[in-house]
Design a protein around this ligand. Sequence first.
Ligand code: UDP
Length: 327
Amino acid sequence: MKLLVVGGAGYVGSHTVRLLARAGHQVWVYDNLSQGHRAAVSGESLIVGELADTGLLQQALAELQIDAVLHFAALALVGESMADPARYWINNVAGTLSLLEAMRASGVSRIVFSSTTATYGVPEQMPIVETTRQQPINPYGLTKLVIEQALGDYARSYGFAYAALRYFNAAGADPDGTLGEDHDPETHLIPLVLQVPLGQRDEIAIFGDDYPTLDGTCVRDYVHVNDLARAHLAALERLQPGIGLALNLGSGRGYSVLEVIEACRRVTGHAVPVRFAPRRPGDPPELVADARLARQQLGWQPEYVEIESIVETAWRWHRSHPRGYDD
Ligand code: UDP
């Protein structure tokens, strides 16, 4: 297939682009490089453009005769979305509508969309199944939820075929050490912890130690970025006109913040001093996936389940790229 990967220069996008190309698809990346990195994509396939630029998107879709779109482009930080929700509504929601309208105008109706566990808010049941009520507790999760709903309408009324993939905590890096996570500012737990053995940080702050979890720190389901990439490839092959799939992508195992830090200690062989800090607003205590539907629908199962194996790949990347892509 000829594929347009919107946000393909970012973290999950770039790993997926590599896998799609290896699977024989023809791939173009559309990215404004606000968060993405030119070095994360091979230059000739990169179109630098804004999500809001419906005309440029339409032109790319038509001229390249694109068969399907994968849409990763989004602002994705809970805290930032609480402080400045307007940016999230404009970029995520208005931006995605611009993309959907460009698709409609050029007759492209297949899309795989990056959704999130943040659409569930503080879930009523654990592990989380896809039918668990979606009640986001921050603007980030809410923008992703309304996009899922827009996709539902586009499927019903315009025959769109979509998959909304609800990521749990994307983590790790391509094991060959050439692609990885590079956010500015970095806010994610594993890359921040690994800054300690890299000598870039003295300690790690743990946001909250009084959650109703086994050790009082938040529990998350960390899923390897290449496992996410494999799910996109599988979802692409299952798209059907008028039908939407919404699937959890997680490993099904929860690790507390303290357990993740301990895994980083073991993998790097380095002490990681910790400091307990107040809870971070917008953080639910526990988020763990029931990912059986993705297994049924896509034949997908994560290859990385142990947190150490995920951290090992992240460590390989960060150790060889201490300043990320350095761009
Ligand atoms: N966290 C932490 N200290 C940090 C960064 C994150 O204790 O410096 C916690 C955070 O509160 C959450 C977990 O680590 O419970 C994962 O956070 P991250 O930002 O990596 O992902 P999120 O769950 O927000 O998508």
